[in-house]
Write a protein that binds this ligand. Sequence first.
Ligand code: DAH
Length: 336
Amino acid sequence: MKEKILKILSETENKLSSVKTLSEVEDVKAKTIGRKGSITALSRDMGKLSKEERPEAGKALNMAKTRITELINGTKLKLEETNTCSTSDIDVTLPGRMWPTGKKHPITQTIDDCVEIFRRIGFVVAEGPDIETVYHCFDALNTPEHHPSRDESDTFYFKDGRLLRTQTSTVQIRVMEKEDPPIRIIAPGPCFRPDTPDASHSANFHQIEGLYIDKDVSLADLKSTLLYFAKELLGEDVKIRFRPHFFPFTEPSIEYDFSCTACKGKGCGLCKYSGWLEISGAGMVDPNVLKSVGYDPETWTGFAWGMGIERIAMIRHSINDIRYFYDNDLRFLNQF
Ligand code: DAH
């Protein structure tokens, strides 16, 4: 019995010294101390031995089991540490695991693209707070006391009199208060109005404001800036047009349209058969606004414009309902 045990022990040592995978180690274990293993079989044979032979054989078997267990554990540890696994354990034909990656929201993408376009002609990004004073949102922007935009039905007010800005035009004032002309800024950001959500309205939307102040600035400069932007964003063929309008902070004021991207101006469902897509408002900065920030309107002139970011994104991607942007439905968002 002793010889048999010693033989198994040396064979096991030999095998374990050359194994390369954990499954080979498990195999050695099964063939020695496992239920059908050689050592286990010898234990069962103990009954066949004489009373005198049994203690010694039992001792030898126990020692062998302990030694083999130690050897197996040591070998496993070594394999795990060196992380050795044979190529047969790796199925190189299996497809890799795909980790879903996040991406920018289409509104953020549109903001980034618009900023990039204006940056190329020297505009820098400016910021202002979402929670604003009545002064920055209306008074300094030359908005008369009883202008409807100040109504509670059009503006969210806090109890302390402050408000959620209804337009990024507030940033014009914030920047001019801090800096001397010349000024060339764009200000993207959220705006808030108590609108009931529908296909084209949201109580929380985004605008980009632009402001250019320098000497001898004219309406032609405004037009060429907006035309440059439209072409960069939508392609060389796009046309723009100005329509007279009224805003308290610009004089003259205009609304501007881009020619319809879907029908190239011929008339279709997107442009309501007019050939034009309304974008937003703009104009020459009113002298009263310049005065409110301490600029001399005799020296400084400028233009300003706003644009709805959702509107731009809807035109670019042919989206017909603004609410898609806020539903956070991945089936929608993954398309951008
Ligand atoms: N603030 C205006 C709005 O929300 C848009 C606008 C019009 C901005 C004329 C301007 C501007 O800077 O000059 O409807």
